[in-house]
Design a binder for this molecule. Structure first.
Ligand code: NDP
Length: 249
């Protein structure tokens, strides 16, 4: 349980990548300023987090199940927090979807929006009333550079990040008078399972009905240059965790 003076931080999507690293970094804060509730949709995936977290589990780190696509799971998780007091919410859970619109299934597009947009909105909706009542809180959303700039064959992922950016811009204005701050983090490429999955998607990609110029551009220009960008500028999840911690301070 959080002790006096500690901020309760609830983070979504902590089984891997950026979410895992934020949880580990905050739980290991040298001044013990944070009590981290690291959530994931399947606690069977907890081992990597626990291994990285050192001896913080049960002290400054707690685990909870939370599937951002499931209303009941979100409610149960927030209800399980003492007095429903979440000082900082970090909406990190997200999925990608790469491919030409012609070959992407409608259900997969909806899943991206249900996770990246409605997933964040669901958790925000659950914690926001208590933050407003307490007149304190910080809502952080892991957006992306693709929340600012469109990229070929990333139409739906980009749209989901633009959507959450717009939502947060609007919410931030409304919450300011309640002393609740809304922040967005917009990382460029980060080396996580997300990148691995993208590369798997590329290997399986089909281009039915896509014009030859676009396919050529994607294969000969976009893919090699994005691989170079990843190599030259790709950040580690620790870099993004450090940035997130700074935003909280
Ligand atoms: P990972 O794939 O490593 O992590 C994504 C996390 O989201 C996993 O823990 C995954 O859990 C979780 N997740 C997915 N769906 C749900 C769900 N329905 N409910 C709860 N958790 C879920 O990728 P990253 O760490 O890279 O991604 C984290 C965030 O950063 C995402 O929002 C992504 O869009 C954003 N981002 C990533 C960039 C990159 O290059 N990697 C660049 C810019 C932004 P599970 O283990 O259950 O699948």
């Amino acid at each position: 349980m959080a002790s006096e003076g500690q901020k309760v931080v609830l983070i979504t999507g902590c089984s891997s990548g950026i979410g895992l690293r934020i949880a580990v970094m905050l739980a290991n804060d040298e001044k013990k300023r944070y009590y981290v509730i690291a959530t994931m949709r399947d606690l069977k995936r907890k081992d990597r987090l626990l291994e990285a977290a050192g001896d913080t589990y049960g002290k400054t780190l707690a685990l909870q199940t939370l599937d951002v696509c499931d209303d009941e799971s979100v409610k149960q998780c927030v209800d399980s927090v003492k007095d429903r007091r979440v000082d900082v919410l970090i909406n990190n859970a997200g999925i990608g979807l790469l491919g030409p619109l012609e070959s992407i299934k409608m259900e997969d597009m909806k899943k991206v929006f249900d996770t990246n947009f409605f997933g964040a909105v669901r958790v925000i909706k659950e914690v926001m009333p208590d933050m407003k009542r307490r007149r304190a809180g910080h809502i952080i959303v892991m957006s992306s550079v693709m929340g600012l700039q469109g990229v070929v064959f990333n139409d739906v992922y980009t749209a989901s990040k633009f959507a959450i950016e717009g939502f947060c811009e609007s919410l931030a204005v409304q919450l300011l008078k309640f002393n609740v701050v809304v922040s967005m983090i917009e990382p460029g490429p980060v080396h996580t399972e997300f990148e691995v999955k993208m590369m798997e998607d590329v290997a399986k990609m089909e281009y039915p009905g896509v014009d030859a110029d676009t396919v050529r551009y994607f294969k000969d220009v976009y893919l090699p240059s994005s691989t170079d960008i990843f190599e030259a500028m790709g950040q580690t999840p620790e870099d993004v965790a450090r940035c997130t911690k700074k935003v909280m301070e």
